[in-house]
Design a protein around this ligand. Structure first.
Ligand code: MN
Length: 243
């Protein structure tokens, strides 16, 4: 997990939403600028660790905004975000003063990969930290969008999983009612494997924790964790469904 602020210059509302959600998953707080001029204007408002810069924006595009920031002596890493994957695009972005380049559609993996080149994560592998991260996500009542939502080839995996989720929850409730520990354990073992594959790492994390509580025969904590799991399931969505 990461922490701190990221400045995002992006004019498209869907991309804004996706980037903001992905950054949140990584632990970042996002400050959104609708165009390059706004990004330049608000740059000084927070100690940004990195800037994600869409190159095609109205008023002031990403090339101009990057050049303006560099002329002002700003050394914060700037990652160009562009829909073009044409030869020479990367060079054009680097020439403008960007440090790296990421092409749309952005995925959690591609974003994390490019950010990890410039920003250090907080205590990686610390179990308490990841628990904190999950707890933080749970406090939020908003939708949990699959990491695969932006992938035109893979989002179908998330849709299939979400379609099956009602049935899975029904089976969990049945196993709970009959106190069938073996069935419960098998169900959460299955969700542990399938959740992450469908782009819902939070379900994999939760299922792993519940599996442990089932093995420990800790019924009180197990039931509380499963209640929480149901609430998370209510919020998962295959795509952002931007109307
Ligand atoms: Mn744009």
């Amino acid at each position: 997990m990461y922490s701190g602020h990221v400045l995002v210059a992006e004019d498209n509302p869907s991309n804004q939403m996706l980037i903001q959600l992905l950054l949140k998953k990584l632990g970042f707080e996002t400050t959104m600028a609708d165009d390059g001029q706004i990004a330049v204007d608000i740059y000084d408002s927070k100690p940004f660790k990195i800037i994600l810069m869409d190159m095609m924006m109205p008023n002031m595009n990403g090339y101009e905004a990057t050049q303006t920031l560099r002329k002002r002596g700003v050394t914060t890493p700037i990652v160009a975000v562009t829909a073009n994957a044409m030869k020479g695009d990367r060079e054009k972005c680097l020439e403008a003063g960007c440090d790296e380049y990421i092409s749309k559609p952005i995925t959690k993996d591609s974003l994390e990969k490019v950010i990890s080149l410039f920003v250090k994560p907080d205590n990686q592998g610390d179990v308490d930290m990841s628990d904190d991260g999950v707890a933080k996500i749970n406090q939020d009542a908003g939708p949990i969008i699959s990491d695969l939502a932006s992938d035109p080839d893979l989002y179908i995996v998330a849709e299939m999983f979400v379609d099956r989720l009602g049935e899975i929850i029904g089976n969990v409730k049945q196993a709970l009612a009959s106190e069938d520990s073996k069935a419960l354990k098998d169900l959460f073992h299955e969700i542990k494997g399938a959740g992450g594959s469908a782009g819902f790492q939070i379900l994999t994390d939760k299922s792993a924790a519940i599996e442990k509580l089932i093995l420990d025969d800790n019924k009180e904590e197990r039931n509380a964790a499963i209640e929480e799991f149901f609430k998370i399931c209510d919020r998962v969505q295959a795509t952002a469904e931007v109307a």
